[in-house]
Ligand binder design. Structure first.
Ligand code: AMP
Length: 190
């Protein structure tokens, strides 16, 4: 089963994915983390990705789709995989739907928080691509290119919204509930 985590930079989806994966024994794939480690190791993929990341732009779809497809092919039927930071474009979402074995995409969680909260969190985190100007660009890339995926998953009836402007523990409770409703839809129908 695959669960997609959608949301703007700074919303805390990476933190929540790591906690849920740890608590439930699930797999957590963060495309941003993979890219940062490729950049650190100076691999050809890292070299290619770096300029996009430094500007706060998206790395080309083809690179990302190949990266994730490899991981999906290695999945065992019993695995639950949390996709954190992928898909971010409609083309990526369509490729994911094609690459995933029939019905494997259980749903998408959309983490929401006001821009002022996101900016404060990102500036506090202080990563290289988190300077005020670049993070505003990252937020606009999210709004223009990634947010349309919220409606895309909504139309498929597999979207759950999570209010991420609360404590880590409160959000975690909602995430657990939301995931249960997506993985076992019949149990939560009443
Ligand atoms: P993140 O840690 O998810 O915020 O990702 C950091 C950076 O990696 C992004 O600003 C993009 O440049 C790049 N990136 C991560 N995931 C993707 C993706 N699915 N598509 C395109 N670029 C990505």
């Amino acid at each position: 089963m695959i669960l997609v985590l959608l949301g703007p930079p700074g919303v805390g989806k990476g933190t929540q994915a790591a906690r849920a994966a740890e608590a439930q024994g699930w797999h957590h794939l963060s495309t941003g983390e993979i890219l940062r480690s490729e950049v650190e190791q100076g691999t050809p993929l890292g070299e290619e990705a770096r300029s996009y990341m430094d500007r706060g732009d998206l790395v080309p779809d083809e690179v990302m789709v190949n990266m994730v497809a490899k991981r999906i092919r290695a999945m065992e039927p019993k695995d639950v995989l949390l996709l954190d930071g992928f898909p971010r474009t409609l083309a990526q979402a369509e490729s994911l739907a094609e690459a995933a074995p029939g019905g494997a995409i259980a749903g998408a969680l959309y983490f929401r928080a006001p821009d002022s909260v996101l900016e404060a969190r990102l500036l506090a985190r202080g990563r290289e691509d988190d300077s005020a100007e670049i993070l505003r660009h990252r937020l606009s890339v999210f709004r223009e290119t990634t947010r349309p995926l919220v409606s895309w998953y909504q139309e498929q009836g597999v979207l759950v919204e999570v209010d991420a402007d609360r404590s880590i523990e409160e959000v975690e409770k909602d995430v657990t509930q939301a995931v249960a409703s997506l993985l076992h839809p019949s149990n939560s129908a009443h």
